[in-house]
Design a protein. Structure first.
Length: 351
């Protein structure tokens, strides 16, 4: 007699539906979820990494951290306390976290506000409207980052903005001038009319990646580099508010912590109609990242560089359906591979 299929874990799928709406570099969506026995396991999927732009997997783990925060928030929305164990098994380093159901506890108004913003949050690529962000909101974003163990720095001084703009442009020029890097980016840029549910489609980025002082990723393959003075006016209001997320240390646990802080900041911003544009290019190269660390984040380790502002309304990037990223009781074939980075792992519990 054939074995009956395992019953669908609707609660686990509910968590995953929220998790897949997290941001990731080039919309790679580098995660996989396993459900069963009252828990959901979060794995990084190295098959969806960016070996050239992200050789240590730092940004991949940050993305998974953002997905983890969405899972925590979904548990809270359902009225329970999440029990989270990070890096629970050193023998399986791609297993980043396990989420279990804790005791009943009604969600707070703040948690419900963030959860309502999960489907509204999206990444912007281009200039913002000139409206400045309220100081009270920036203070709130700093507090939210701190609650996840990260620091949020706002960058407003003109000279510091010029330095950052130059670092972003130089790092982007390196990528555009490297054939393998442009090929890697092209792999995650679906052509017009594609039915892919990952990558950054045509409608999600402006035709010109250099429309702001901070150069954007050249998804369209324009390859425009070396234009003196382009983007020199860093004080124009369309730049938005530049912020940096940093952590005290720089291990995989810190990357996972960064992702949770990032998503908490992004959802709080989205609840106020504010979107984010990512400019992590200089943090993907050792030299520029060291420069940012020395001069802009108080000795911490810079993890994410963002512009925040009010956009003009842009379509969201697609997401893979839950059935492609979720299985019950079965890890992917890559789950036992050794970690390809050199950072240590440890374990701990997140709220």
């Amino acid at each position: 007699m054939a074995a009956l299929p395992a019953p669908t874990d609707h609660a686990a799928r509910y968590l995953v539906r929220a998790a897949v709406l997290a941001p990731s570099p080039c919309n790679t969506q580098p995660w996989h979820f396993v459900g069963g026995d009252g828990e959901v396991l979060l794995y990084a999927d190295p098959a969806r990494s960016l070996p050239l732009a992200d050789p240590d997997g730092r940004e991949m783990v940050i993305s998974c951290g953002a997905a983890l925060f969405c899972m925590r928030l979904a548990v809270r929305h359902l009225g329970f306390q999440p029990r989270v164990t990070v890096f629970p098994d050193p023998a399986h380093p791609w297993h980043l976290a396990t989420v279990r159901w804790g005791p009943y506890a009604p969600p707070t108004a703040d948690e419900e506000t963030m959860f309502a913003a999960v489907p509204r949050r999206h990444t912007h690529r281009g200039p913002f409207r000139p409206d400045p962000l309220p100081d009270a909101l920036l203070d709130q974003l700093r507090l939210h980052a701190c609650q996840e163990g990260a620091d949020l720095y706002t960058v407003s001084e003109v000279e510091t903005l010029r330095q950052l703009a130059l670092l972003v442009r130089e790092a982007e020029a390196v990528r555009r001038g490297h054939p393998a890097s442009t090929a890697e980016l092209a792999d995650w840029t679906p052509p017009y009319g594609s039915d892919r549910r990952d990558g950054v489609p045509l409608h999600a980025y402006p035709r010109d990646p250099d429309t702001t002082a901070f150069a954007g990723r050249d998804y369209a393959g324009h390859g425009r580099v070396g234009h003196p003075g382009r983007g020199a006016c860093v004080t124009r209001p369309t730049l938005g508010q530049v912020v940096l997320l940093s952590t005290r240390h720089d291990q995989p646990t810190d990357w996972l912590r960064t992702g949770q802080a990032l998503q908490r900041v992004l959802l709080t911003a989205a609840a106020h109609g504010v979107t984010a544009a990512f400019h992590t290019q200089p943090l993907e190269l050792p030299g520029p990242r060291r420069q940012v660390r020395r001069s802009m984040v108080g000795g911490g380790h810079p993890q994410v560089l963002l512009r925040l502002g009010y956009d003009h309304g842009v379509p969201r990037t697609p997401r893979r359906p839950v059935r492609e990223v979720f299985t019950q009781g079965h890890r992917g074939p890559w789950a036992d591979r050794p970690w390809h980075g050199s950072a240590e792992q440890d374990s701990g519990v997140g709220a």
